[in-house]
Design a binder for this molecule. Sequence first.
Ligand SMILES: [Zn+2]
Length: 303
Amino acid sequence: MNWINSVVRPKIQNVFKKRDTPDNLWRKCGSCGEMVFHRDLVAAFNVCPNCDHHIKLPSDERLKLLFDRGEYETISVPSVPSDPLKFRDQKKYTDRLKDARSKTGKEDAVTGAVGRLDGSEVVVAVQDFAFMGGSLGMGAGEAIVKSIEVALDKKCAFIMVAASGGARMQEGILSLMQMSRVTVGVQRLRDAGLPFLVVLTDPTTGGVMASYAMLGDVHIAEPKALLGFSGPRVIEQTIREKLPEGFQRAEYLLEHGMVDMVVHRHKLKETLGRLVRLMMHQPKAPQSDYQLPAAPTAPQAAG
Ligand SMILES: [Zn+2]
């Protein structure tokens, strides 16, 4: 490499780099490649305004999207032993946990919350893919079980928003146990006659798909979400066959009866609200039904 390449070129590149807009102001859509203004994306709950691609949504944003006025109470989760197996791959499991916690500001992959959705009281548990791929470990299992208990207590519907690469291998068998623990929880909801609704987001795979994500009374998927047990690449390599177009995508699963509906993120709340009212035999008219005490918008209270 001569001096033009090794000295002059990087310098020129640096000059141009400084002129670039800061990364956090613009985000590139993974589907159409268009640069989208950060604030527009947040306002659209991470749906690309250009191509309607549903970009992964952080759990807090998801809760804000679902609960009335974005208000909810987070369910506190009993702490679980961290790193019981003293697991280490390229990195210590405790370090991975630390990184994920500082990145997301969450204790673990699942956050449970209770509040009103379209007027109805519901418990929502959201799995955040940003936290170690939304993997199901003891912490996540505990959060889901605790959320189910709150739903049982309040006799309200339970909504699980799933996104996961599967079980958390760093916890071995203890992680796999969460599949059956949560399944028992789902059965308790069923025994109590309470609805269990599952929202499948991109991607939901592995042990999560093999347990509670497929046990809902209704399965709602976000458009084009990748849903399956093992990923398409693994299957293709195993069976040595080309997979059909759109395989394991939400629309494909809808066609084949694994999913009940594919719903746009902007229609998700009203769809869930309608389902909850229907299944809980609650009256219609959500707006007039429910008002928070400090609601500023209720001028038409003419007697
Ligand atoms: Zn796009």
